[in-house]
Design a protein around this ligand. Structure first.
Ligand SMILES: [Zn+2]
Length: 475
C-alpha cells in the first residue's frame, strides 16, 4: 500500500426534489493503521470471530431453507445473535454493532445472489460461500456510533487502547473528519491488507462551491486499448499496460505457488510474493488513471466519453466490428489492463467534486464516423489513420483514428447539450485548424456552477439546459 489515501467510490447523495447540486458526496478514504502488538492480536481476534459468525449464519440460513423452505434474513438472525451473546462471553465482549455489520454483509451477499439469479445467471452462480481464513478481510460497524476518532487514534470496545492512524494518512483525511465535527462520517471498515491493517472511512465531503478546476472548454475522450486515451485535442495518452510489463514475473511466481504444497509455510510465502506483484500492478494502474482523470476534469469544463456498459467495455468488440477470436482475446486482456470501468468511475466522482460535466454519448460507430463530413468511412483494424474521402471542403483531411473518434464523441456530447454557441465554438476550432494539431476546443467560460450530479446522459439535460444557455450568453 504505497498510496494510502484512496477515494474508491462515490455515492452522490441524492436529495428529494433536488435539481440543484448535491452539496456533499460520500467518499471512501483508506488510512493505514499502526496497531501495537496487543492491538494487532485484538484486531485479529475480532476479525476471526466475525468470520466464524459469518459462516455460522450462512449455515443457519442453509439449514433453515432445507427444513422449512423459507429464507432467513438478517433481522431474524439478529435475534439468534442475542442468544449467542447471552451464551458466549467471547461474543459478548465484542460490540454488537460489529456483529450486526457482519450479518448485514451476509445479507448483502444473498441479495446480490438473488439479483443475479433473477437476471438469469446459473442456479449456483454467486451463492455466498463459507469463508476460509485467506478469504476473510476484516470487519466493520453497522453504524459508527460506538467508535471514537480524535484525528489520531481510533477507539472502540474490544480493542486495548487507541489504534494509531498513520500520521501521513491522517493528514490527508478530509478536514471536518479530523476536526471531529461529528456526523460526517457514515461508516468504517477495518481491513487486513497485505502489509498490516487499514481502516476505510466513508466520509461525507462538501463539493467545492465554485469550480475546483481551472478548466475551460470541452474535450472528447476515446478510451482504448492500443492507447489508453485519445483526446479530441489530438493529445494521445499511451497505455503502459502494467500487467503485461510484469507478466513474466507474475507467471514465475504463480508457478512457484502452484508447486508449493497446500497448507505449507512455503506456500504461504509464495502467495504473499505473488500478491506483492499484483499489488504493484494495481497501484501503477490506479496511479495512471488517477492522473489522467484528474487532468481531464481540471483542464476542461466538460468531458465527453462513450456510454458503454461495463460488460461491453470488457468485451472486445465495439458496435459495428466483427473480429477474429484471437484478436478478441488479446483485446480483452488489454482492456482489463486499461481498467476502463475504473477510469469512468474516477471521472464521475472527480467531475462532481470539481464541478465539471461528464457527458456520456452513444458509442455507436464512433470509430467510422467522420468528424468533418459526418459520413461513415469504414476502416480496417490496421488502419491507424482516419482520412476524409468525401469530395468537398474536407477532402483529404486526416487524423489518427482514435483522435477522430474522440472528436466524434465530443461532437455528439455538445449536440446533446443544447448550448449552440458553445458547441459551434468548440468544434470550429478543430474543423478549421490544421489536421491533428488543431482543436483546442475552448468555449466561452462564465457558466455558473450548474446543478445535479456531474454524470449526465444526453436526454436528461433539463437542469443543464438553462445553466448552459446562461453561460453562453455571458461567455
Ligand atoms: Zn469525411
Amino acid at each position: 500500500m504505497n498510496a494510502p489515501v484512496r477515494i474508491d467510490e462515490v455515492v452522490p447523495k441524492a436529495r428529494a426534489n433536488d435539481t440543484a447540486a448535491p452539496a456533499t458526496m460520500v467518499l471512501t478514504v483508506a488510512v493505514r493503521l499502526q496497531p501495537t502488538r496487543q492491538q494487532h492480536r485484538d484486531l485479529e481476534r475480532v476479525s476471526e470471530q466475525q468470520r466464524i459468525l459469518y459462516n455460522a449464519a450462512l449455515e443457519e440460513r442453509i439449514e433453515c431453507y432445507r427444513k422449512t423452505g423459507k429464507t432467513l434474513n438478517d433481522i431474524a438472525q439478529s435475534k439468534s445473535l442475542t442468544i449467542i451473546r447471552a451464551d458466549d462471553p467471547a461474543f459478548a465482549g465484542v460490540q454488537r454493532r460489529i456483529q450486526r455489520a457482519t450479518l448485514i454483509r451476509l445479507q448483502r451477499a444473498f441479495q446480490a445472489f438473488f439479483r443475479r439469479a433473477k437476471a438469469g445467471a446459473g442456479a449456483q452462480s454467486g451463492f455466498p460461500r463459507f469463508k476460509g481464513r485467506e478469504h476473510w478481510d476484516g470487519f466493520g460497524f453497522d453504524a459508527p456510533l460506538q467508535i471514537a476518532f480524535d484525528g489520531r487514534r481510533l477507539r472502540f470496545a474490544g480493542v486495548h487502547g487507541g489504534i494509531r492512524v498513520s500520521r501521513h494518512d491522517a493528514s490527508r483525511l478530509p478536514q471536518p473528519l479530523v476536526a471531529g465535527a461529528g456526523g460526517n462520517w457514515k461508516g468504517i471498515h477495518f481491513k487486513r491488507t497485505r502489509t498490516g491493517w487499514a481502516a476505510t472511512f466513508q466520509v461525507e465531503v462538501p463539493i467545492a462551491a465554485g469550480r475546483g478546476g481551472m478548466g475551460r472548454g470541452a474535450v472528447g475522450v476515446d478510451w482504448g486499448t492500443s492507447v489508453l486515451a485519445a483526446l479530441s485535442t489530438g493529445q494521445i495518452e499511451d497505455n503502459p499496460r502494467p500487467r503485461e510489463a510484469a507478466s513474466r514475473e507474475l507467471r514465475r511466481r504463480e508457478r512457484k505457488l502452484a508447486r508449493a504444497q497446500r497448507g505449507s509455510k512455503r506456500r504461504m510465502k509464495a502467495r504473499r510474493r505473488k500478491q506483492a506483484v499484483e499489488a504493484a500492478i494495481a497501484n501503477r494502474r490506479r496511479n495512471r488513471l488517477d492522473k489522467l482523470s484528474k487532468m481531464l476534469v481540471t483542464n476542461y469544463r466538460t468531458v465527453a466519453i462513450e456510454d458503454i456498459a461495463v460488460k461491453n467495455m470488457m468485451g472486445a468488440e465495439r458496435p459495428g466490428e466483427d473480429l477474429p477470436e484471437h484478436v478478441k482475446r488479446r483485446r480483452n486482456r488489454e482492456a482489463l489492463d486499461a481498467a476502463p470501468y475504473k477510469l469512468r468511475q474516477m471521472l464521475a466522482y472527480k467531475a462532481t467534486l470539481n464541478r465539471a460535466d461528464l457527458i456520456l454519448v452513444d458509442p455507436k460507430n464512433t470509430t467510422h464516423e467522420c468528424f468533418w463530413c459526418g459520413l461513415p468511412h469504414f476502416k480496417e483494424l490496421a488502419d491507424a489513420e482516419h482520412v476524409c474521402t468525401t469530395p468537398g471542403l474536407y477532402f483529404g483531411k486526416r487524423a489518427p483514428r482514435k483522435v477522430n473518434a474522440a472528436r466524434v464523441i465530443l461532437k455528439r456530447a455538445l449536440a446533446s447539450a443544447p448550448a449552440p454557441e458553445r458547441a459551434s465554438k468548440a468544434l470550429s476550432g478543430i474543423a478549421k485548424g490544421p489536421d491533428d494539431t488543431a482543436g483546442r476546443g475552448r468555449a466561452g467560460g462564465g457558466k455558473p456552477p450548474n446543478g445535479g450530479s456531474a454524470l449526465r446522459r444526453p436526454g436528461n439535460t433539463s437542469g443543464r439546459r438553462k445553466a448552459a444557455a446562461d453561460g453562453s450568453r455571458s461567455g
